[in-house]
Ligand binder design. Structure first.
Ligand code: R7I
Ligand code: MG
Ligand code: MG
Ligand code: MG
Length: 347
């Protein structure tokens, strides 16, 4: 059903945008206290309510890089790594105050300095040559999934190459792969049927098992950190009643800027939010997912954004409150990008 698929494309990019915008003012907060959770609840209620005039909520680096990622794929019709590098750098220098990771900026400076003649060294040189394990490659990955949603091998290949512009550490790259694959699974599921969270996680475990073995060609003795986190997530899902246990989720899955301690968390938030959660009053599972992700504090914009990309790919645009969306900067542009990716992917 092409109209459902189109709605899911929109849902994913708009979900990424909304999670980033709404999470941004909570970035670096501790896990939210009961009082702050109430403020968050009221803030969502107000944004979803009758339209009122207010300054738009600005997006951060997460959406700026997602935008460049999408635009590059659309305009070049493929992954053109130099084009992508130029867009990231241009967008950073036009708006350097979007809240970029403190050290990724060095990569942009070096790329501009070498006039894009050496695309890969700047990222490799980060953190004394070990590369960044931040979540910056994962946070911008949704457009790649949309661009090649039918071709798993191509998806992995493009995600790897696009990540390595800024993130070469295995944990940074594999986190982007996990996020991309989670968005793909969501996109291909029917939102009118109940989602089986355990099957969803098992599919991810199966895929990450292979990906983490392939990484170094060293075989099963290599550590498989994402596979471990996904297994732990499964036990968290099985234990949860209506109580939300945020402390435990943060302690085990994390809420930090590390890809390893944020991508699995985003997947968990999406899966967990299919059912009611204490302290979050809404019938809408898309909103519940993002509100829950933000309530964990820490890297709230990025975990909110990644959760939104996965949830939106599952539920589609229909579940996104239009008033809420209107309050987010550039929402029309993001819907338009989703439509262009849809045209490219289904042509
Ligand atoms: O990954 P990156 O683009 O940051 C994305 C985050 C998101 O939360 C955005 O919303 C924005 O706020 O930033 O940027 P990087 O600078 O590559 O990585 C982010 C942080 O992770 C770094 O500033 C370090 O604190 C940490 N980090 C590392 N620390 C030690 N050793 C990443 N890799 C390493 C490492 O190898
Ligand atoms: Mg940000
Ligand atoms: Mg490295
Ligand atoms: Mg962030």
């Amino acid at each position: 059903d092409l109209s459902l698929l189109k709605s899911k494309f929109r849902g994913s990019l708009l979900g990424a945008l909304i999670g980033d915008c709404l999470g941004s003012s909570y970035e670096n907060e501790e896990i939210l206290t009961t009082g702050m959770k109430l403020i968050l609840q009221r803030s969502f209620d107000k944004l979803e309510g009758p339209m009122f005039k207010a300054p738009v909520i600005q997006f951060t680096d997460d959406s700026a890089m997602t935008y460049s990622m999408a635009k590059s794929l659309i305009d070049t019709g493929e992954l053109d790594i130099i084009d992508l590098a130029k867009r990231f750098v241009k967008s950073y220098y036009q708006e350097p105050n979007r809240g970029y990771g403190p050290l990724v900026v060095t990569v942009f400076q070096k790329l501009r300095g070498n006039k894009f003649m050496d695309i890969l060294s700047p990222a490799k040189e980060q953190f004394n040559g070990q590369g960044s394990w931040g979540n910056g490659a994962a946070m911008r990955v949704a457009p790649i999934t949309l661009f090649c949603y039918q071709n798993y091998d191509k998806l992995l290949d493009i995600v790897r190459k696009a990540s390595q512009l800024t993130h070469t550490h295995k944990v940074g790259v594999d986190g982007a792969i996990l996020q991309a694959v989670a968005v793909q699974q969501s996109l291909l599921l029917n939102p009118n049927e109940e989602l089986n969270a355990i099957n969803f996680i098992d599919d991810l475990i199966h895929k990450m098992n292979q990906i983490e073995i392939d990484d170094d060609g060293l075989g099963l003795s290599e550590p498989q950190p994402y596979k471990v986190q996904l297994s732990v997530m499964k036990s968290l899902i099985l234990e949860e009643g209506e109580e939300s246990h945020e402390e435990k989720v943060v302690q085990i899955l994390g809420n930090s800027v590390s890809a390893l301690y944020s991508v699995p968390t985003a997947i968990f938030c999406f899966l967990r939010a299919q059912k009611p959660i204490t302290g979050i009053q809404t019938e809408n599972p898309f909103r519940r997912a993002i509100q829950y992700a933000i309530s964990l504090g820490g890297d709230a914009d990025t975990i909110g954004s990644m959760t939104g990309a996965i949830a939106g790919a599952f539920y589609g645009e229909e579940k996104i409150n239009p008033n809420l969306l209107q309050h987010c900067e550039a929402s029309d542009e993001f819907r338009n990008l989703a439509d262009q990716l849809f045209n490219a992917a289904t042509a």
